[in-house]
Design a protein around this ligand. Structure first.
Ligand SMILES: Cc1cc2nc3c(=O)[nH]c(=O)nc-3n(C[C@H](O)[C@H](O)[C@H](O)COP(=O)(O)OP(=O)(O)OC[C@H]3O[C@@H](n4cnc5c(N)ncnc54)[C@H](O)[C@@H]3O)c2cc1C
Length: 457
């Protein structure tokens, strides 16, 4: 009854912008990975912060779950409505509200995607660097504390969000942070909402830090005979302080998947894909030093991508890795898992993971943003074979255990959602209870994305 009453009030508020259509509900209950379909009761399409506030107030009155929806590309089931409720889709709130090239910052609504933002910024000589590959929304990226290929140089969403506007669980609208590059004024509420996966409030505006487009950019690919050689080259590169803009690892299975999906002709062996940003001279020096490190580790077959179109082709291929790997086993589902370890432990983590997958009955290409100590495995299983799904779950579990044992985290960038909730205690211990106390203080009715992030939620 409560949900029907909430839907009636929401319908009065939003009219046609409250959708109950089956396809809309299913689209907002689906995930890129292995989680089952869990549709919300309705999808709301607000146009303004005030409407978001009214939506939340109505939901609060009826104890109805509220789940933010950006582009729906998160990989751990974060945006799925496991307890039903209202999916708040931010696609209409996709404007640039203010652009200040002189301060290198921009205020945006949460529904703008990173590609839309960078297209708008093109003429300014500035860009927003965080690049998770998928064309995610900026609100969703902030909510998962996303990173990606360029985090090794420019940081994650944590480093690039200066301030937020947030609608709290009681409908109040607050602002966190300022446009200043630093502040000692009180608790870091911006940092609290970045990575909260919509469990503490809905983000309705973000102030972002922008970067200058580099004078020179060079990208390259090089091949290695063994995974350990590629990873050792990465560790040396990072420890020497070479300011890599991107340094990505792909294993032999991923290279084979690229060839089949993107028509490339990479040797089927481990590769590093790299990019350098800076002045002409700086980039040349970085490339030379990197080349020497690679040679020391037996790397070969350097292919340089100097022209923008060649670089675009290279990174498009990398960004399509998920779909290339999925296509390598037609009909497969996947558990896509990511871990992140201290850089000195990277070789151990990747080698043990590769050996573990090789000894299992399933395939699981390994790739990742190794400059941060972060890598993923796309564990592919036939959904009609429970033993394959179990093997994928066990491999993912052992990756997490390995990461924690090496001083790492259960997820470097994909976040918690439903998939990694069971590991929060192991990573955080008593600090996880503090997160629960914060959640209860800000959302005592537990309506904001319930079932996620905190214990017993
Ligand atoms: C092919 C592929 C590659 C990927 N590569 C990477 C990668 O390299 N690095 C990386 O970090 N991630 C990666 N991801 C995961 C995904 O792109 C990120 O998690 C991204 O940040 C999700 O953004 P989204 O807009 O799709 O958010 P959604 O999936 O829509 O939502 C994510 C979470 O944010 C919440 N949310 C959304 N909008 C708001 C809002 N306005 N206010 C409050 N909460 C909100 C949702 O409720 C949910 O909990 C990849 C995904 C795919 C499919």
């Amino acid at each position: 009854m409560a949900i029907q009453a909430a839907l009636a009030e929401l319908s009065n508020l939003l009219g046609q912008r409250l959708s109950l259509s089956k396809s809309d509900l299913e689209q907002h209950g689906a995930s890129e990975t292995h989680f089952p379909l869990t549709p919300p009761d309705a999808v709301a399409y607000p146009n303004t912060t005030e409407e978001v506030s009214e939506i939340v107030k109505i939901c609060a009155r009826y104890g109805c779950p509220v789940i933010g929806w950006g582009a729906g590309t998160s990989l751990e089931g974060q945006a799925q409505a496991f307890s039903g409720g209202i999916s708040v889709d931010f696609r209409n709130m996709n404007k640039i509200l203010r652009l200040s090239p002189e301060d290198m910052d921009v205020a945006v609504q949460p529904g703008i995607t990173r590609e839309e933002l960078n297209t708008e910024l093109r003429a300014t000589g500035l860009f927003f660097p965080v690049d998770p590959g998928a064309n995610a929304s900026i609100g969703g990226m902030a909510s998962t504390r996303a990173s990606g290929t360029t985090a090794v140089r420019y940081g994650t969403m944590r480093d690039n969000v200066l301030g937020l506007e947030v609608v709290l669980a009681d409908g109040r609208i607050i602002r966190t942070g300022t446009r200043a590059r630093k502040s000692s004024a009180g608790y870091d509420l911006t940092g609290l909402f970045v990575g909260a996966e919509g469990t503490l409030g809905l983000i309705t505006e973000l102030t972002l830090r922008l970067r200058g487009q580099p004078e020179a950019i060079t990208a390259a690919v090089c091949a290695f005979d063994r995974i350990e050689d590629a990873v050792s080259a990465v560790i040396d590169t990072i420890q020497m302080g070479i300011p890599m803009a991107r340094i990505e690892f792909v294993d032999a299975a991923t290279a084979a998947a690229f060839n089949a999906y993107s028509g490339s002709d990479m040797p089927e062996c481990p590769h590093l894909m790299v990019e350098f940003h800076g002045s002409e001279q700086g980039v040349a020096e970085q490339a030379e030093t990197f080349g020497a490190i690679v040679a020391d580790h037996g790397g070969k077959g350097f292919e340089w991508a100097m022209k923008p179109e060649d670089r675009n082709a290279l990174w498009t291929m990398r960004h399509h890795a998920h779909w290339a790997c999925m296509a390598s086993k037609p009909g497969a589902r996947s558990i896509v898992t990511d871990i992140c370890v201290p850089i000195s432990k990277l070789a151990e983590a990747v080698n043990e993971t590769a050996a573990d997958i090789a000894a299992s009955p399933i395939s699981g290409p390994i790739l990742g943003h190794v400059g941060d100590g972060n890598f993923h495995s796309i564990l592919l299983f036939d959904p009609s074979k429970p033993e394959e799904e179990k093997a994928a779950e066990d491999l993912a579990h052992r990756m997490v255990e390995r990461s924690l044992a090496l001083g790492g985290t259960v997820t470097g960038e994909h976040g918690i959602g439903i998939g990694k909730l069971k590991y929060m205690d192991a990573e955080h211990g008593a600090a996880w209870d503090v997160m629960g106390q914060m959640k209860r203080a800000l959302d005592p009715q537990n309506i904001m994305n319930p079932g996620k992030m905190v214990r017993g939620n």
